[in-house]
Ligand binder design. Structure first.
Ligand code: V47
Length: 344
């Protein structure tokens, strides 16, 4: 199949809605049939104290949220002990950029989890955090990435990507990891034989061309390394932040963006509808627009729920599986690297 170029991708936004859905669905079917993947996982956000000032963020304690917290390692280990007993396979650990804890505090979280629970996959540290730790503690990216591997990080989540267009990025998260730095960090991670994900925060001040540009830049690195497991379009949540967006993005535009990303990112195997930001209902519909992964049960999440997502307490496994089945797809529990664990 011919590769979709920038202009063609942009025009797809004006295509007939259902034709577009069907095109994305045919790619999804070729890759995954009717399977929808999910993961029994737990998100842990160990601190919300942040040096950075992203306008879209409602989680950071230094901005609209006055309730600062930093978890102790014991608190984090108690959570992991509990989820391990209940069959979770992955912890997804993302923090704010806290300049008060020291580098060791970050690294020891992973080391302690890995030594007590070697079978649990540790997905941790976004490229934004890697960049923060490198700059704060005078290390190179290579040094931080090597320390991550040594301390038990298995894969990297896709956060901190936001929108790669430099002007938009400058407006929404000035001072945070730049787009080039974000890619440099993931390239280096992939060169270590490791996998990562990539997100896109959309539905705020960016336009359609910025989204396509974002996808194109991902496709370029993926051609080079093949290290991205999945693409995750994150729908912007409007509450409690400084971006001051008045109109929410429409469901139609969200689904078009899912479908177009499935078509443009022909080299990224999985497209995740992260139900936390899209709502569960729309994530289920997104299965018809190219999405083949619904992330997981999550249990507790603080970053997106701080900005209005109705997700704070996750979802029960049986309910999750039931929803996928009822929508006509086959729920497949996967591990963090997309090996199948159980067809439900
Ligand atoms: O990078 C922050 C986003 C991300 C808002 O890799 C917001 O499997 C919406 O990256 N509205 C963190 N989003 C979450 C993330 C993620 C989530 C699920 C799975 C994976 C994965 C990664 O949350 C941040 C930022 O882009 N975010 N504020 C907001 N107001």
């Amino acid at each position: 199949m011919q590769r979709i170029d920038f202009d063609t991708a942009l025009k797809l936004y004006d295509a007939d809605f259902f034709d577009l859905g069907e095109r994305a669905d045919s790619v999804r079917k070729k890759l995954h049939g009717k399977k929808t993947y999910f993961n029994v996982n737990r998100h842990i956000n160990p601190t919300n104290v942040c040096k950075d000032v992203c306008k879209f963020c409602a989680y950071s304690a230094s901005r609209k949220n006055p309730n600062q917290y930093t978890m102790t390692h014991e608190e984090i280990l108690r959570i992991v002990e509990d989820i391990d007993k209940r069959g979770a396979k992955e912890v997804h650990i993302v923090s704010a950029h806290n300049p008060n804890t020291g580098l060791e505090w970050y690294l020891e979280i992973f080391k302690k989890i890995k030594s007590a629970y070697p079978h649990i996959h540790v997905k941790a540290l976004t490229a934004a955090e890697v960049n923060f730790l490198a700059k704060e503690y005078g290390k190179s990216y290579d040094e931080i990435l090597d320390l991550m591997v040594e301390n038990g990080v298995d894969s990297m989540p896709g956060g901190g990507a936001e929108i790669f267009d430099e002007k938009v990025r400058d407006y929404i998260c000035k001072g945070k990891v730049s787009s080039d730095e974000w890619f440099e960090i993931h390239r280096k991670w992939h060169q270590r034989g490791k996998k990562s994900n990539v997100t896109m925060l959309f539905g705020h001040v960016e336009n359609r061309a910025h989204r396509i540009d974002h996808m194109m830049r991902i496709r370029d690195l993926q051609d080079e390394t093949g290290g991205f497991n999945c693409f995750i379009p994150l729908v912007y949540q409007m509450e409690n932040n400084y971006l001051n967006v008045k109109e929410p993005i429409t469901a139609n535009e969200i689904l078009r963006t899912f479908a177009i990303s499935r078509l443009v990112l022909d080299n990224v195997p999985n497209l995740k509808a992260y139900w936390v930001t899209s709502t569960v209902n729309l994530a289920l519909v997104a299965q018809e627009f190219g999405a083949n992964d619904l992330d997981g049960t999550i249990e507790k999440e603080s970053i997106n729920s701080a900005a209005g997502a109705k997700s704070a307490n996750g979802m029960e496994l049986e309910e999750f599986v039931g929803l996928i089945k009822d929508s006509g797809f086959v729920p497949v529990e996967r591990d963090s690297l997309y090996n199948e664990i159980k067809v439900w």
